[in-house]
Write a protein that binds this ligand. Structure first.
Ligand code: PHE
Length: 507
C-alpha cells in the first residue's frame, strides 16, 4: 500500500489501529490490524513510519523477529563509464549441482546459483521431496527444511510439502497459462531479448532475499513472523527479487524470473503461505540513454511504464490504468500499476527504477535498470474467475480439466459449494501473540480444509489489563462434505495446540 494512502486511511481509523501495506502478489485488501505482527505488509511500505520494536533472536519457532544481517555497501560510481556487456542468456545454464540432500548441504545458498534445471516433483509432502529433471534428480529431505529442534527454523510440514510442486511450470494450469501469456508479450515486444528462468530453488540465503536488494536490517519483512527461515542464514524466498543480484552477477541484463514464494500470513480466500511471482529486470546502457537524449533514470522509468502498460493491455484488454507512487527498498522511484477492472481499481504489480547500489554491487556499474514483480495468483484469480486461492493447489479433475494450455481467461465454473462449518475459539492473548502464528497452527492441522480465520471479537478487561480475542474458523472442503466428527476433531486439536504453543489462555 502506498504510504500516502496508508496515512490517509490511518486518520480514519480508531487510535491504535495501524494500516498495513499489501504485498505484491495477491489481491489488494484494505487491511487494518491492531497488531503489526499480524500484518501481511511487506515491502511496499516504510517500516520506519510505523515504529517497530528492535529485532531480537526468537525464543522458539514462533518468535517474531529476526536478527538483522549487515548490508553490503558500495560506493556509487559515476554513471558515465563502463557500459555493460549484453552477455549471453546462456550464462546461467549448465552448472548443475547434485547431492543436495546431504546434511552438509544445508548451506543452500551456495548451491542456489548452480541449481538451474527443470525441477520435477516426484514425491512431495513425504519425508523426502525428490526434485530433479533431465535424467537425474536430487532430494531435499524434510529434516533439512523442517527442523523442529532448531529455534531459528519456522517451516511447517504443510509448507515443506509445497516445495518443488512448480505449478507455474504446468502448461495447462492457470498459473502456467498466465506465465506463458506474459512470456508471449515479452517475446512479441522484444524478440529474443528477455532470458527466462523458472526453475530456481526457492531456498535462498538471507543475503540474497534481503541484503542484496537493500532491505533495511530492521524491515518488517525480515521478521520470523512474516518469513519462513530454514536456518538463521537461509529462508524460503519471500519474493522473486531474491534472484535479481545473482542473475545480474551472471551477466544477464534482460530477464524474467518466475517461482514459488513463501510468506507467513493470514488465512482467507486470497492468502496462502505459498504463491507465485514473476520478476522482470532490464538494464540500460549509457549508449541507450544518450541515444534517447535522456538521463539514465528517466529512460528506465519511461521504458518501464511503456512496457508494463503494454503488458497490462496484453492481459486485460483496453483497460484504464493509473500509476501510484510507492516505496520499495530496491527501487527509486517506485510505483504500483493499477487497472480499472470489473468496476474497481486493482493493483497489478510493483515496480521501479533499480537502486544504483544493486547494479553497482553486482557488476553493472554505469548502467540503469527497471524492475517489476507481479503476483501470478492475484492476476489469475481475476482473469480466470477463480474464487479461492486454495483451488490452484487442487488436483481435482473438476478444476484441472477446465484449463487448456494457451487459453488465457477461460472462466472457471464452480463445481460445488459444500457447506462451511464455523467454529469459534476465544482466548486471552499475551504480548507475543501473533495472528500469523495462530493461522500457521490452524493450517498445520486442517490443511486446505480451512477457508478463513477471522477475528470477530476483541476486548480488553481494564481491571485485569488483559485482552481477549475471538476468532471464527471456517472449515470447508472444496471437494467433499465434511462430517461433524471430523470438524470437531480438528477443532479440538486446534484448541490443544493453540494453548500449548501460543502462550495464550483459552476462555
Ligand atoms: N519484490 C516486490 C514484492 O514482492 C515487488 C517488486 C519487484 C517491486 C521489483 C519493485 C521491483 O513486493
Amino acid at each position: 500500500m502506498n504510504p500516502l494512502r496508508s496515512s490517509v486511511l490511518s486518520a480514519l481509523l480508531p487510535p491504535g489501529v495501524v494500516v498495513v501495506g499489501t504485498r505484491v502478489g495477491l489481491p489488494v485488501l484494505a487491511m487494518a490490524t491492531l497488531r503489526l505482527s499480524s500484518s501481511s505488509s511487506f515491502f511496499a511500505y516504510q517500516q520506519q513510519k510505523v515504529g517497530l520494536t528492535a529485532p531480537q533472536r526468537p525464543p522458539s519457532s514462533f518468535a517474531s523477529t529476526s536478527p538483522p544481517p549487515p548490508l553490503v555497501v558500495c560506493s556509487i560510481p559515476d554513471r558515465h563509464h563502463l557500459p555493460l556487456s549484453h552477455s549471453s542468456a546462456e550464462a546461467s545454464s549448465g552448472r548443475i549441482s547434485l547431492g543436495f540432500c546431504t546434511r552438509q548441504s544445508v548451506g543452500f545458498c551456495t548451491r542456489q546459483q548452480s541449481w538451474n534445471r527443470n525441477l520435477a516433483v516426484v514425491a512431495a509432502a513425504a519425508s523426502v521431496t525428490e526434485v530433479g529433471g533431465g535424467g537425474s534428480s536430487s532430494t531435499i529431505s524434510r529434516e533439512e527444511v523442517v527442523r523442529e529442534d532448531d529455534p531459528t527454523n519456522n517451516v511447517p510440514d504443510t509448507v515443506f510439502g509445497k516445495i518443488g510442486l512448480q505449478l507455474h511450470n504446468r502448461k495447462s494450469h492457470p498459473l502456467g497459462i498466465l506465465k506463458n501469456a506474459i512470456y508471449s508479450y515479452f517475446d512479441e515486444t522484444f524478440p529474443g531479448v528477455f532470458h527466462k528462468v523458472d526453475n530456481l530453488l526457492p531456498i535462498v540465503s538471507v543475503k540474497a532475499n534481503f541484503d542484496d536488494v537493500l532491505t533495511p536490517p530492521d524491515h518488517v519483512s525480515r521478521s520470523y513472523n512474516d518469513t519462513y527461515y530454514v536456518t538463521a542464514d537461509t529462508v524460503l524466498r519471500c519474493h522473486t527479487s531474491a534472484h535479481q543480484a545473482e542473475l545480474l552477477r551472471q551477466g544477464l541484463t534482460h530477464f524474467l524470473v518466475t517461482g514459488d514464494v513463501y510468506r507467513r500470513d493470514a488465512i482467507d480466500a486470497t492468502h496462502y503461505p505459498v504463491f507465485h511471482q514473476m520478476e522482470g529486470l532490464r538494464v540500460f546502457t549509457q549508449q541507450e540513454w544518450e541515444a534517447a537524449g535522456m538521463d539514465g533514470t528517466a529512460l528506465a522509468a519511461q521504458e518501464l511504464k511503456k512496457t508494463l502498460e503494454g503488458l497490462a493491455r496484453h492481459l486485460f484488454g483496453d483497460v484504464q490504468m493509473r500509476w501510484v507512487d510507492t516505496y520499495f527498498p530496491f527501487t527509486d522511484p517506485s510505483y504500483e500499476l493499477e487497472i480499472f477492472f470489473q468496476g474497481k481499481w486493482m493493483e497489478v504489480l510493483g515496480c521501479g527504477v533499480t537502486e544504483q547500489q544493486i547494479l553497482c554491487n553486482n557488476g553493472c556499474a554505469g548502467t540503469t535498470a527497471w524492475a517489476f514483480g507481479l503476483g501470478l495468483e492475484r492476476l489469475a484469480m481475476v482473469l480466470f474467475d477463480i474464487p479461492d486461492i486454495r483451488l490452484f493447489w487442487s488436483n481435482d479433475s473438476r478444476f484441472t480439466s477446465q484449463f487448456k494450455s494457451g487459453q488465457l481467461g477461460t472462466k472457471f465454473k464452480s463445481f460445488s459449494k459444500y457447506p462451511p462449518c464455523y467454529k469459534d475459539i476465544s482466548f486471552w492473548i499475551s504480548d507475543e501473540f501473533s495472528e500469523n502464528n495462530l493461522c500457521e497452527i490452524v493450517r498445520g492441522i486442517a490443511g486446505d480444509l480451512v477457508e478463513e480465520v477471522v477475528l470477530i471479537d476483541e476486548f480488553t478487561n481494564p481491571k485485569k489489563g488483559k485482552t481477549s480475542h475471538c476468532y471464527r474458523i471456517a472449515y470447508r472442503s472444496m471437494e467433499r462434505s465434511l462430517t461433524d466428527d471430523e470438524i470437531n476433531a480438528l477443532q479440538a486439536e486446534v484448541r490443544q495446540q493453540v494453548e500449548s504453543k501460543l502462550k495464550i489462555t483459552l476462555r
